[in-house]
Design a protein around this ligand. Structure first.
Ligand code: ADP
Ligand code: MG
Length: 352
C-alpha cells in the first residue's frame, strides 16, 4: 500500500514519469441484450481489470432497473404498483419514484403528449400480438377513461404512488431505458472511469473523450433505410435519444402504426417519422423524444426551443415519401441539402 502511494506521488510529480508508470488509456467494450435491445458500452481506462469490473457493474445496474421497471414482468416493482395503486398508496423504491416524478414533469412540458399512463392503450393496440386487428372506437374510449397523468398522485413524504382512477396502468417503456443509461453512467463514473459511451439501441450517453482526445462519434440512422446513415455526429458530455416509428410498428392495409400512442386521442402517433433529442440526461431526452414524436414538428419544436440545453432533429415524411428535416437552433448537423442529395437521400425541405 505504502509503495503504491509513493508510486502515485512520483508519477504526479514528474510528469514524464506518468507515461512509464501507467499504461496508456485504451477503449474496452462489451455488449449485452437488455431492455429489449442490445446495449453496448465503451469505457476508456488504463487498466483492463478496472474497465471490465466497471462494465460488469454498469450492466448489472441496468439489469436491476429493467427488472424493477418492466411492464412485461409480473414480478417487477412497476407491475406491483399497477396491481395495487388503485386501492391504496404504494411506497416505491427511490429510483422508481424519481422516474415517475420526472415522467409527470415531462407530461407537463409536452402538454400531455408524453404520458406514462398509456398502459390501457398499449394493451389495446396489437403491438405484440400476431393478429393485427384494430381496436373499436368504444374500446379506445373505455381505455382513455383510465388514461391521464393528472390521476397519478405522488407523495414524497412516504414515497408513494396512488391512482385516483381505478384500472390505470403505468408503462415506462418511453423513459426507463434513458434512466437506466443515466444510472449506468453514474456507476461508471463512481468507479473512476473518466470517459465512456453507453449505447442502448441508438439511445446514447457519452462523456469525456476517446483516448486520442477526440469526441465520440455516433451515426444518425435514416428512418426509412436502416442501412443508411444520414450523417455522423460528434458527442461529449451529452445524451442523444431517438424515438422513431420504424423500430417497433405494425402494418394494416399498408398503413404504418407506430408503438407510440397519442394519449389525447387514443390512436397511434402518425405525424412524425423520427425525433432525435440531445439533452444533459438520457432519461429526460428519452421522455421528451417520445412526447415530441406525438406532438409533431410544429408543437414539438416549440417545446424544444423553450428548453435550455435541449436540441432536436425531427423528421417527417411527405406524401411523396420524401423526408422533411426540421432542425432546432442548437442542433449541429454536419450536413447540407447538397451533400444529402449527392448521397441519394431524398430531402424535401430543410427547416430551421
Ligand atoms: P423505443 O422503445 O424505441 O426506445 P420510445 O422511447 O419512444 O421508443 O418508447 C416507446 C414506448 O413508450 C412504447 O413502447 C410504450 O411503452 C411507451 N409509450 C407509448 N406511447 C407513449 C406516450 N405517448 N407517452 C409515454 N410513453 C409512451
Ligand atoms: Mg422515449
Amino acid at each position: 500500500m505504502m509503495f503504491h502511494r509513493i508510486g502515485v506521488i512520483l508519477c504526479g510529480f514528474f510528469g514524464f514519469l506518468v507515461v512509464s508508470c501507467g499504461r496508456s488509456p485504451e477503449i474496452y467494450q462489451t455488449a449485452k441484450p437488455l431492455m429489449g435491445t442490445v446495449v453496448s458500452m465503451a469505457v476508456v481506462s488504463q487498466d483492463a481489470h478496472q474497465a471490465y469490473e466497471a462494465l460488469e457493474a454498469a450492466f448489472e445496474e441496468m439489469a436491476r432497473l429493467e427488472a424493477m421497471m418492466s411492464v412485461f414482468r409480473e414480478d417487477s416493482e412497476l407491475s406491483r404498483v399497477n396491481r395495487e395503486a388503485s386501492r391504496h398508496p404504494v411506497t416505491v423504491s427511490p429510483e422508481l419514484y424519481r422516474v415517475i416524478e420526472l415522467s409527470l414533469h415531462i407530461s407537463q412540458i409536452t402538454q400531455g403528449a408524453f404520458d406514462i399512463t398509456v398502459g390501457p392503450l398499449m394493451n389495446l393496440w396489437p403491438f405484440d400480438k400476431n393478429e393485427k386487428k384494430l381496436p373499436s372506437s368504444q374500446a379506445i374510449q373505455e381505455a382513455l377513461s383510465r388514461v391521464g397523468y393528472h390521476h397519478v398522485v405522488l407523495s414524497s413524504k412516504d414515497r408513494s404512488v396512488f391512482f385516483s382512477v381505478p384500472g390505470m396502468v403505468l408503462d415506462l417503456g418511453g423513459i426507463a431505458k434513458g434512466f437506466a443509461i443515466d444510472q449506468a453512467v453514474n456507476v461508471l463514473k463512481g468507479r473512476g472511469i473518466a470517459a465512456a459511451l453507453v449505447n442502448a439501441g441508438g439511445d446514447i450517453l457519452a462523456y469525456g473523450t476517446k483516448p486520442d482526445g477526440q469526441p465520440w462519434r455516433v451515426g444518425l440512422q435514416h428512418p426509412r433505410n436502416s442501412q443508411d446513415l444520414l450523417t455522423v455526429l460528434t458527442m461529449s458530455d451529452q445524451a442523444m435519444v431517438t424515438s422513431g416509428d420504424y423500430e417497433r410498428y405494425f402494418l394494416v392495409d399498408g398503413k404504418r402504426y407506430s408503438h407510440i400512442v397519442d394519449p389525447r386521442s387514443g390512436f397511434t402517433a402518425r405525424a412524425t417519422a423520427s425525433v432525435t433529442v440531445m439533452a444533459d440526461s438520457a432519461a429526460f431526452a428519452d421522455g421528451l423524444a417520445t412526447g415530441i414524436l406525438v406532438l409533431g414538428p410544429e408543437d414539438g419544436m416549440a417545446v424544444v426551443e423553450s428548453l435550455p440545453g435541449v436540441h432536436a432533429l425531427i423528421m417527417t415524411e411527405g406524401s411523396d415519401k420524401a423526408l422533411v428535416l426540421h432542425v432546432s437552433e442548437g442542433f449541429s448537423l454536419p450536413l447540407d441539402e447538397a451533400s444529402l442529395a449527392v448521397r441519394g437521400v431524398q430531402i424535401k425541405a430543410w427547416k430551421r
